[in-house]
Design a binder for this molecule. Sequence first.
Ligand SMILES: [Zn+2]
Length: 191
Amino acid sequence: MYRLIPLLLMPLAIIACGSRQSAGRGPTRAAADGPAAGEAASLPEDAPPAADGGGKSGLSDAQWRERLTPEQYRILREKGTERAFSGAYWDTTTAGVYGCAGCGQPLFVSDAKFESGCGWPSFFEPLAEGLIDEHVDTTLGMVRTELTCSRCGGHLGHVFDDGPEPTGLRYCINSVSIDLKPSDPPGGGAE
Ligand SMILES: [Zn+2]
């Protein structure tokens, strides 16, 4: 048993030596590994991911994890759904523009928001054409139309055809997927 100890220690010594060596040659390794991590960390908050084209966002999975909260990541990037009546905006009536929580692209105006009673913020139309992509979603044994941000590909929610006039559509959106920019900042006017 005792004899084993030196034998066990030897590989450790070699490993330690090896890692010291590679640390010594660090610049090469750092140059190879460094930028990726550094880039994600230093990505400006409002830097829009590459427009359209290819993978939509241009950001890696790791970069998205860095930018988003775990809940935002689960819903925007993994197509999750927040619990009904749990989100920040399901009953909000504040005037303003709702932008994508992933990339900031404006998506809806409060004028198109209505009380649907479903527990998620609901709109009868997007702010403009081309902002939201639609996909057939056959998960959960249903055929639904999934909505994603046309700029970053983030999952927003689904659209149903039981909405009010003038469109008859209900864009059912996760609060987590959107950010409201109030048109009248609090304390900026009245009184
Ligand atoms: Zn987006």
